[in-house]
Design a binder for this molecule. Structure first.
Ligand code: TLP
Length: 339
């Protein structure tokens, strides 16, 4: 199988497995696991924040951010196709008791003027605007990099109004790799950042939230309330540390492979790449081949290729550590055959 469903399918490297085997562990709820402490310190330093918290997943990180920033009844502004809005089971509403309000973006970037216009005035009828969320790279926009300038402009609006900004940086290091802008620079345009260790960076489990020391102290309590206070967690934190310190540079290979996939797909009549490929995600429209996404995916599966539907006629392919350039060429050959 050539699995292009997501970069979440990457398996831990032999080095990560070995580290998990050998690592010295302690009880993290007592703050005694050396690997977790090392990972959190490293992540905080890398992003230029006071503190960091190791959490089980990107979804948990985003939800802890919403719970820590907001009060029930608040409104959260976010892009119309944000992961937080589309793919987290409405957990913001179910858990934090907040109301999401979406703003249609352009390749994942919200217009700062629209964000300003959406901030609620002080009026007894309205919710308080409790949080603004930005996503970078933007998954549903095909791995688009949201520019630092756009993030700066949104952060400006947020500060004018005393509203915190949370960055869903599940694939922040893909944005860093593609743009040359550092993680610290992106993180400086948000109060809190969540990024995933378990996507292109290859760790088996885990995400990080970074922010001020007081925010992280409150977030730690929310993590505990959600049952996310783990014990001898070094067995997953140590692979996470390897992901963060050794796996960032290789993301460029995934981006090259995504471009190869996109260029080759565009040469197959009936298939069309929907948007520019900036990172490791390729959205392919199959309507011209007279198929729905599901039909195309069924045919792909028969050929041993996996991808996911991203719309009626849109299929998403994600390149990652466990697919080689050869695999991409093979996948293309199968697509040609199907067409
Ligand atoms: N995205 C997954 C699916 O949930 C769609 C994927 O395969 O892309 N933020 C963004 C931008 C994400 O893309 C994801 C995962 C998350 C948050 C949630 O991370 P996890 O899966 O660790 O909860």
């Amino acid at each position: 199988m050539i699995d292009l469903r997501s970069d979440t399918v990457t398996r831990p490297t032999p080095g990560m497995r070995q580290a998990a085997f050998e690592v010295e562990v302690g009880d993290d709820v007592y703050g005694e696991d050396p690997s977790v402490l090392k990972l959190e310190e490293t992540a905080a330093r890398l992003l230029g924040k006071e503190a960091a918290l190791f959490v089980t997943s990107g979804t948990q990180g985003n939800q802890i951010a919403a719970l820590t920033h907001c009060q029930p009844g608040d409104e959260v502004l976010l892009e119309a196709n944000a992961h937080l809005f589309l793919y987290e089971g409405a957990s913001m509403s179910a858990l934090a008791g907040v109301q999401p309000r979406t703003i249609e973006g352009d390749r994942g970037a919200m217009d700062p003027n629209k964000v300003r216009a959406a901030v609620r005035p002080d009026d007894i009828h309205f919710p308080e605007t409790g949080l603004i969320c930005v996503e970078n790279t933007h998954n549903k926009a095909g791995g688009a990099v949201v520019s630092l300038g756009n993030m700066q402009a949104i952060y400006e609006v947020a500060r004018e109004n005393g509203i915190p900004v949370h960055l869903d940086g599940a694939r922040l290091f893909n944005a860093v790799t593609a743009s040359g802008v550092s993680a610290k620079q992106y993180a400086s345009q948000a109060d809190t950042v969540q990024f995933c260790l378990s996507k292109g960076l290859g760790a088996p489990v885990g995400s990080i939230i970074t922010g001020s020391a007081s925010f992280i102290a409150r977030a730690r309590k929310w993590r505990k309330r959600l049952g996310g206070g783990l014990r001898q967690v070094g067995v997953i934190a140590e692979p996470g540390y390897i992901a963060l310190t050794q796996m960032v540079d290789r993301l460029a290979d995934d981006h090259d492979n995504a471009r190869l996939l996109a260029d080759s797909v565009n040469q197959i009549a009936g298939l069309r790449v929907e948007c520019p490929v900036e990172t490791n995600i390729v959205l392919v429209n199959v309507e011209g081949a007279g198929m729905t996404a599901e039909q195309f995916l069924d045919e792909l599966k028969k050929e041993g290729i996996l991808a996911v539907p991203f719309g009626t006629h849109t299929v998403r392919f994600v390149t990652h550590f466990d697919v080689s350039r050869e695999d991409i060429k093979e996948a293309i050959d199968h697509m040609r055959k199907i067409i």
